[in-house]
Design a protein around this ligand. Sequence first.
Ligand SMILES: Nc1nc2c(ncn2[C@@H]2O[C@H](COP(=O)(O)OP(=O)(O)O)[C@@H](O)[C@H]2O)c(=O)[nH]1
Ligand SMILES: Nc1ncnc2c1ncn2[C@@H]1O[C@H](COP(=O)(O)OP(=O)(O)O)[C@@H](O)[C@H]1O
Length: 401
Amino acid sequence: MGETPAFFADNLLGDFPKKVDSKSKANETAIVVGSKIYVINGVDPESGSTIGVRIFDKTSGEWINPIVLGTKPEPSKHHSAVLLNDDRVLVVRGNSTFSECFWFLEVGTPFVSEQENTLGNEVVAWSKGVLGNVEKPIVISGPSGVGKGTLISKLMKEFPSMFGFSVSHTTRAPREKEQNGIHYHFTDRTVMEREIKDGKFLEFASVHGNLYGTSVEAVKVVADAGKRCILDIDVQGARSVKASTLDAIFIFVSPPSFEELEKRLRARATETEEQIQKRLRNARAELEQGKSSGLFYHILVNDDLETCYEKLKNILCLSEDVKSARKTFPESIDLSIEHSVSKIDQNLLINCSTAEHEKASNVYVLDLSLLKGGAPGRTRGLNMYANNPLAGDVNRDNQLS
Ligand SMILES: Nc1nc2c(ncn2[C@@H]2O[C@H](COP(=O)(O)OP(=O)(O)O)[C@@H](O)[C@H]2O)c(=O)[nH]1
Ligand SMILES: Nc1ncnc2c1ncn2[C@@H]1O[C@H](COP(=O)(O)OP(=O)(O)O)[C@@H](O)[C@H]1O
């Protein structure tokens, strides 16, 4: 289907039966998808209602159901909507901070999920859009005790909103300070083997005598939050990821010497002597594979921790000079009540200019080519990011609407 521009329901009134709630008419946006018109209405918050959607079937000339659907977005009569593709409408809510203002309306998709709202044979679901950093996931490998966990923790602490850790499943026992669901999902071998058979894992491997694996869900959870995923997995796992559809950056962390590796492993004091011996034996093979497999484009020697961390940030373009050269998105800005949304090719333009602030108009450009797909009924975070926030000097006459 071709792209149908957003237009206000008022313009369509000739086509509408009298059931349209006149109270909310002024706050309605209508989007045509095939033979249906989805009327998104921001009902007056004073009435206690929330933004909703009703469906008008052009073929039968009837409302499929006049009931307001969808209670997910916060009440607001100020919204704009734009059709992204055949089954996705983006609803932008005014008067809220940018990171809170995107909602996804998924229409007409046959699925069964807890979040669904079923209307006749139509299915409509809301999901929260996420403005995120959609850069490639990061795979970090290296022998036990080399400092992978330490480096990852530093990264997550310095950039909490940017990175998310992919929480692996493992059959090994938890260490004293490890928490289920945070460091690992600690699980039973039989359960994990069954889940592997059921295709729930992106990759898995037997490491130091235990099963470890990255579930598809673990990676999706991070992506949903609009964050960049970090995977701490062994070389076998890295190989599987490389062969998968996940386009990642592969980093191998190597110790300055084998003696230093042993020292760190012992100083960590989390393993028995037998386990330490096993890890050290495996470390030799891992170091060999890490350096010669051609898998890892980046090899970091973790000698001095701070130096290594700086190098890691360089690889990820996070060091101060690179950061300041980048255009980052001001997530904390307020989106004004008065705004318009338009779509030009793969760009979504949100124009927040107002008459009184004509000179200081803001147009935010979101790159839709990075819009993430998603399982029906569980649309994955909108995952757009602003690649070019512009300020001032925007000629409104040139904007499509
Ligand atoms: N393939 C794979 N390896 C993993 C996964 N999670 C952890 N590992 C690796 O398993 C190894 C052992 O991890 P762990 O028991 O936490 O010990 P540590 O490396 O000494 O901290 C490390 O090389 C991890 O990178 C996973 O989901 N998949
Ligand atoms: N550059 C470093 N110099 C000295 N000790 C380090 C360094 N990096 C990490 N460590 C220490 O080495 C031990 C193993 O680090 P850890 O992050 O648990 O390794 P891994 O996750 O690769 O198994 C920890 O006690 C950590 O504090």
